[in-house]
Structures are given as C-alpha cells and as structure tokens.
Design a protein around this ligand. Sequence first.
Ligand code: DGP
Length: 113
Amino acid sequence: MADTLFSKIINREIPANIVHEDDLCLAFRDINPQAPVHILVIPRKPLPRLADATSADRDLLGHLLLTANRIAVAEGIGDAYRLIVNNGADAGQSVFHLHVHILGGRSFTWPPG
Ligand code: DGP
C-alpha cells in the first residue's frame, strides 16, 4: 500500500494532535473538524479501506470500535456521538488508510448527505 498522510502521522513524519495511542491503533483530532469533537481512529496496520479487511482483522476492527467508544466517553460525548467509516471515493473517502471518524458535541441529522 502506498504511503498515506496517516502512515506519516503514525511514523511521526507529520504532526497531529494525538489523543490516544496503543499497540494496535492511534487516534488524533481531524484537521478539518465537522463537529466540536472530531477524532479519527486509525489502525497501525495500513489497511486502505474497510473493504480490504478480512476475518483475520476481526479483533483489530473490534478494537477500533471499542477504542472509539472509550475516546468518546473521555471527550465527554459518550451519550451521543456518531461513528463514520467512508469506504471508497464515492462514499467520501479521501485518505486511503482505514479510519473511523468520531463526531460529537452537536446534534446530527439523518440521513447524512
Ligand atoms: P475521509 O474523507 O473519510 O477519507 O476522511 C479523511 C479525514 O482526514 C478528513 O476529515 C480530513 C482528515 N485529514 C486529512 N489530512 C489530515 C492531516 O494531515 N491531519 C489530520 N489531523 N487530519 C487530516
């Protein structure tokens, strides 16, 4: 997989406001926040899209969701937040390193645009 901005953040080649880090993932504030809290959770493993994950990634994917919830609670938005995974350019994915958006701190509408 080609190097992306997010692998550069993992490797500390470009700065980011990191809020969580463990052996499997990293979480940092989105550079272009769409809500008062907007954090991205990314696996260290460079999976381009959710569609590239396999059953071998089951524990990793579960870890990303559980970590996202823990971060939401720590950020004070544990009662109401939205998680988004854009898979593919037509779904709005612009960085091809799997990431879970955590959005919170405001009301959201449905359906999303
Ligand atoms: P997506 O469109 O789902 O691929 O989301 C990519 C997000 O990544 C988008 O909300 C903006 C954010 N982003 C892009 N480049 C950077 C960066 O260099 N630093 C940080 N913190 N966020 C970035």
